[in-house]
Write a protein that binds this ligand. Structure first.
Ligand code: ATP
Ligand code: MG
Length: 426
């Protein structure tokens, strides 16, 4: 029979890899807390409408990538392709927007039916954060500063650069849209098929095209950045000024448009050159009209999403590895119930202690082999003689010395705490 495999582009996270994931998750949770963000956990499935309204019909995500299906009742549902639309749906539904300044973060899998390749999966993971009710440039600056802190904490500061742009306000984009159409109309034959279609539906999206001919044409197009209205311009200048005050380096990229329709004003991407074509590790921007579009009362918002797999790829490229091995490994030649009892006693007396043991039994020699393979620095040896005397032998597995210390079981937890602290094992 054929063995069953996981769905293409959807990957298992194996025990060998999960410590690095957990480490990253803890680091990020701490940073979010330091900025007074609170976690929100949302369903992976929403009404398809949630994303179609928010992200926009004429975008890659909705047109080509979203997993949408009819459930048994005939409701149109979607696996979430991103986090923001669901956060907005929940914030409206639960009245979280009544007072301004809601700050939330989320994490978890997202689903997009894209061509799987390096740095691009069909189930991937994001961390994201959103701020509501604040139109001030300070909200943009604080959010960007938080992401900068993430890079510094992870040791990735030198590998990632920040690009920012402004998409202006609705009226700016409407005015610009016409400018862009007028520029592109005479060259329509040089546009790829998707872009020709989007010329009418969503011309700004054409900046996202990967087609070389289209890209060349777009390089000379009039720029939205030059068509900003007064208030969007002032907002953008304030953001830039705050970033400078905070010592945050950035480049203005007038071609940066982002792939989702809900953005306005400030947009940003953090990009690396170390991951080939899939170089954007984190991206986001303002979405001052999204809450109203989703049926809530007019509330500005701003947020970002960070691609976990890409960040982990950068960390691994830098040799970062988190291994989590047992701190002690119990080998025994007594009735297995006695060995289990001792392990329980240790866990009770020393919460957090990582205790491995040989449940399969066998000779001391076979068990010591397993102890070695586990990576644990210390072995605890429990034979009939030790059990009778109420002691265990403690053996250092990382030294060649055959020395074993006999330690009374009552003092074992304390003894181990001292040994592990001395060897820097926590
Ligand atoms: P890209 O230009 O790479 O397609 P995007 O603009 O579609 O990215 P966003 O929707 O802004 O991406 O998502 C934010 C981040 O999530 C991206 O910067 C990236 O790190 C990550 N990401 C997006 N799509 C995928 C995917 N299919 N596989 C892995 N990571 C992804
Ligand atoms: Mg994409």
């Amino acid at each position: 029979m054929n063995t069953i495999r996981s769905v293409r582009g959807m990957h298992d996270i194996l025990p060998a890899d999960s410590p690095l994931w957990q480490w990253l998750e803890n680091q990020l949770a701490q940073i979010f807390a330091a900025y007074d963000f609170h976690e929100i956990r949302l369903p992976l499935v929403e009404q398809a409408e949630v994303f179609m309204r928010a992200i926009g019909q004429a975008t890659d995500v909705v047109e080509k990538e979203m997993y949408a299906f009819e459930d048994r009742n005939g409701d149109m549902l979607s696996l979430r392709p991103e986090g923001t639309a669901g956060v907005v749906r929940a914030a409206i539904q639960h009245g979280l927007l009544q007072s301004p300044g809601l700050k939330v973060w989320y994490q978890g899998p997202m689903f997009r039916h894209e061509r799987p390749q390096k740095g691009r999966q069909r189930q991937f993971h994001q961390f994201g954060a959103e701020v509501f009710g604040l139109e001030q440039a300070a909200a943009d600056a604080e959010l960007i500063a938080m992401v900068e802190r993430i890079w510094r904490t992870l040791g990735l500061r030198d590998k990632i650069r920040l690009e920012i742009n402004s998409l202006g306000d609705r009226a700016d984009r409407a005015r610009y849209r016409q400018l862009l159409i007028d520029y592109l109309k005479p060259h329509v034959h040089r546009l790829d098929a998707d872009s020709q279609r989007r010329l009418e539906t969503n011309p700004l999206r054409i900046f996202d095209s990967k087609n070389p001919d289209t890209k060349a044409l777009m390089a000379d197009a009039p720029r939205l950045f030059d068509a900003l209205g007064e208030s969007a311009r002032v907002h953008f200048d304030q953001v830039c000024h705050l970033l400078e005050q905070l010592g945050i380096q950035y480049q203005i990229n007038p071609g940066l448009v982002r792939g989702l329709d809900y953005y306005c004003r400030t947009v940003f991407e953090w990009i690396t050159d170390d991951l080939g074509a899939q170089g954007t590790v984190c991206a986001g921007g303002r979405y001052d009209e999204l809450v109203a579009m989703q049926g809530g009362k007019d509330t500005p918002g701003i947020g970002f999403a960070l691609g976990v797999e890409r960040v982990l790829a950068l960390l691994s490229a830098g040799g970062m590895e988190q291994v989590q091995v047992p701190q002690v490994y119990l080998v025994s030649q007594v009735e297995i119930g006695e060995a289990l009892k001792l392990a329980e006693q240790l866990r009770e007396a020393h919460p957090g202690l990582r205790v491995g043991m040989s449940l399969a039994g066998g000779s001391f020699k076979a068990q010591f082999k397993r102890a070695d393979r586990s990576g644990a620095p210390l072995a605890l040896v429990l034979g009939e003689a030790e059990l009778a005397a109420g002691v265990v032998q403690v053996k250092n597995l990382r030294s060649d010395s055959a020395q074993q210390d006999s330690v009374p079981i009552a003092q074992l937890a304390e003894h181990l705490a001292r040994l592990l602290a001395a060897s820097g094992e926590h």
